[in-house]
Design a protein. Structure first.
Ligand SMILES: Nc1ncnc2c1ncn2[C@@H]1O[C@H](COP(=O)(O)OP(=O)(O)OP(=O)(O)O)[C@@H](O)[C@H]1O
Ligand SMILES: [Mg+2]
Length: 238
């Protein structure tokens, strides 16, 4: 059976530091053990950089020869179709979870090696209910046999239940923290919430670091349960 094929155009590849940090993140994940296969990427607040990291990480895992499926579980708002200028008509997770389409129409091959994608689909009024269905877990369990890694992008963890619902069916979570935007207390709250879901926190990614101002950036973030070196100027390319 032929799956739909989509072409993604990445308008702004990450900078050198960003790409190096993504590679470090990939190898840390690969060393976290064979039982870590389904991973959710979340953050406390909107706009901290989850979706960018999920995509670049998925690409990098694919390049390393492992089969990866990126699942956009942000049913409240999808960025992938417009951000990567996808022209093909695609179906999405919300349609699948509400029983409107079958899985064959859900999974898309991409122009990146070993990388398949599931988009979020039309905005649904009840995202956490859809994601909490046992059918979603069963579906992921089947996909474990097909892919080496499943990466799940979610909405922010604070103030919305979706990330915690998804974490319940994942082996591990990565918490993205935007430098200077999240207090220690709030990060701890997100960590506790993930762990309550029974999901292992694999580590935190400190994102949007202003390297000019943070020569020794990252050190303090050890407290958040792990540290993946990660940096970008935090400024938009000019
Ligand atoms: N390291 C970085 N340096 C500078 N800008 C960044 C970096 N990472 C992401 N951005 C920018 O920040 C914005 C938010 O990124 P992204 O959509 O990945 O965040 P998100 O956490 O998925 O947001 P949401 O919670 O709304 O889904 C985008 O405009 C993106 O280009
Ligand atoms: Mg996002």
């Amino acid at each position: 059976m032929e799956l739909t094929r989509v072409t993604l155009t990445d308008p702004k590849q990450g900078g050198y530091m960003y790409n190096e940090a993504i590679k470090t993140l990939r190898s840390n994940i690969q060393f976290s053990g064979k039982n870590i296969q389904v991973i959710t990427i979340t953050s406390c607040f909107p706009n901290e950089g989850k979706s960018d990291i999920t995509f670049h990480l998925a690409k990098e895992i694919g390049k390393s020869g492992k089969r990866v499926l990126l699942i956009d579980a942000d049913i409240r708002k999808s960025v992938y179709l417009t951000r990567y200028d996808i022209q093909e008509r695609v179906e999405g997770l919300s349609s699948f979870l509400s029983g409107q389409i079958s899985w064959e129409r859900l999974i898309n091959r991409t122009n990146y090696r070993n990388l398949d994608m599931i988009f979020s689909g039309p905005v649904a009024p009840n995202p956490s209910e859809l994601l909490g269905q046992k059918e979603f877990k069963q579906f992921l369990d089947q996909l474990r046999n097909v892919y080496d890694y499943l990466l799940i992008d979610t909405p922010p963890a604070i103030g919305m239940i979706d990330a915690a619902v998804v974490a319940q069916i994942c082996d591990g979570a990565i918490l993205v923290i935007e430098s200077g935007a999240v207090s220690y207390r709030v990060a701890q709250k997100a960590k506790a919430q993930l762990e309550k879901s029974g999901c292992r926190l694999l580590g935190a990614v400190l994102n949007k670091v202003d390297i000019q101002q943070n020569r020794y950036y990252g050190g303090y973030y050890n407290r958040y349960g792990g540290y993946y070196g990660y940096g970008n100027s935090g400024k938009k390319e000019t």
